[in-house]
Design a protein around this ligand. Sequence first.
Ligand code: NAP
Ligand code: SF4
Length: 683
Amino acid sequence: MNAPPAFPTLLSPIALGAHTLRNRTLMGSMHTGLDNLDRGVERLAAFYAERARGGAGLIVTGGFAMNLEALLDDHGPQLITPEQADALRPIPQAVHAEGGKILLQVLHTGRYGKTAQLVGASSIPSPINRRVPRTLGTAEVWRTIEDFVNCAELAMRAGFDGVEVMGSEGYFINQFTTTRCNDRTDEFGGSMANRHRLPVEIVRRTRERLGARALIMYRLSALDLVEGGAPAHEVIALAQAIEAAGADVINTGFGWHEAKVPTIAYLVPRAAFRFAAARIKRAIGIPLVISNRINVPEVAEDILAAGDADMVSMARPFLADPDFVRKAAAGRPDTINTCIACNQACLDFIFTNRPASCLVNPRAGRELEFMQMPAPTARRRIAVVGGGAAGLACAVTAAERGHQVTLYEAAPHIGGQLNLARAVPGKEEFHELVRYFGTRLDQEGVQVRLGQRPAAGELAAAEFDRIVVATGVRARRPGIQGLDHPKVVGYAELLSGRRQAGRRVAVIGAGGIGFDVAEYLLHEVADGGSPPAAEDEVSAFLTEWGVTTAPEVPGALQPPQPPRSLRSVTLLQRRPEKPGRTLGLSTGWALRARLEQRGLQTLSGCSYERIDDAGLHLRVNGEARLLEVDTVVICAGQESENALAVELRGVGIQPDVIGGAELASELDALRAIDQGTRLAMAL
Ligand code: NAP
Ligand code: SF4
């Protein structure tokens, strides 16, 4: 008997206007930093082609400006001239050659722009941009509509299947649709119909100009999550007007960029905003796409099968694994390299002017570079010692390249420090990374020796061709008197569940792990203790961040109601600045806000004197203090665990040393996986 098809709804075709997609997955638009054509269109074409080859049903490019005022910055991608359109041709060609379809996103950044010629609906600046936009005159708004249409026409000239009109995340179009930043008195301001006129006219005129063949998608802000944002009835009215104007499909976005509610970070539960998508879906006749924090096919299938949406947008999951669809279709979702929503190599790279890549998939955005790496000249016997992130990435990639790999891990399970990360509430996605590596080791036939700590002599006797030392890090023991007191706990002991903390806790060290430990400690709440069940996780998240499902509330915001934590926690550092500077750019603000809401105290400028029965004695900016705590958790960084490398050199073997064993400072999973993968590519 044949097995039933995997993910039957997600992987079924869908008609969008004149087009039929092979399945219901959308690789949503994201800024990649690869789209600057000075850096070569081939790189972008290779990036999208790999995702089309892996089965993505539809792809949307990053945003292209339709005029100079629309640019995000002076180097942002633009599509204004026929020459620019012709230069883009290799992108749709490459996607079509793989059986995929691709839309170009037309984006006006409005008051979020970082250019001198910033414009907007009104001269009301955004809280996240110091620049004040110039109010566009009425004729200029009509001219901008024409620019949108011209850009769509150029996209068709370039060979794209159509366009996505970007009407969410607080960009230019949103600045017209809500009263928050539109105080106009002309036909584009005032009444709801007037505020909706801009997007409706863009879609209507684009359809008129391009005809039925072009696929037109509109990205609608399903929840603004800002004060003065649209209530649900206005969102639905806009969706219906956009449908009537001729769009084939409506995509969704959740939260403006200036919203104080996280919408894509790891601490957002999966499919957290499903309720808002379902509400729109019920009110329109054309297909609706749901987005945000959907990273596994099981969740996608559940949403579609329940009829809450018609397609699922996944941008980062396709960065993490271009073969997402192919693996799901093969009934092997366990082999998908799942996006863990860390933002560390995608958004955080973009924010620091680096082309996007992916923590779990260093090939992402570097497809040409990896393709050009030479194949191995011989099948080698390779020992990898250490089954943390660096060792796992190295072992899997080396085995993929045909080498015979043996992986040694001292613990009874793989994962190393990843196992500590996944114990932190909100970081459960790290489970997926450990699961992925485990499956891949198995698939590639890596010999895994758990609970083994081979000595240099044993490795030498086995006559491996190469030995990779990935033995990781050990926690630093700071020189503080009383470190052996029973109330002192190491972060690894705490996060692994080997030790418990009391009600009053001091955390020494405010790096990434100090914050993770604070999160862990403050997660146990007073009313009931244990964390919410999965089905309650979304409502707990919405309540904590002040998001309401009540349709009449503008912007869907209500006062946040953080849970009352069981503990009092003080996070300490020696440096004088405010703690948290080293956290991820796009996720750190949300973590800091959540911990502050839960009552985290922080102290900077600390010098630690001793720990005793009374608590932690310290000086804060020179002033003597006693923190009367039950537990002191040490999170004072790490040192390399590289004794094996020294021993190997002692017996005349030059090992390759990677990850924390090579350099403990600023080691994270991003560097570990990248280094492990790249070493394996060179073996
Ligand atoms: P870390 O970021 O280096 O922080 C170590 C902390 O310990 C600092 O606050 C440091 O600040 C303090 N410290 C250092 N030496 C000390 C000493 N001798 N006595 C007392 N305090 C001392 O290390 P980590 O927190 O262990 O994190 C390790 C790596 O994992 C980092 O690269 C981090 O970015 C990464 N990570 C990232 C995340 C994330 O969410 N992105 C989460 C976890 C870990 P002072 O010197 O000012 O006291
Ligand atoms: Fe996902 Fe992190 Fe990769 Fe970004 S870097 S795509 S968030 S796993």
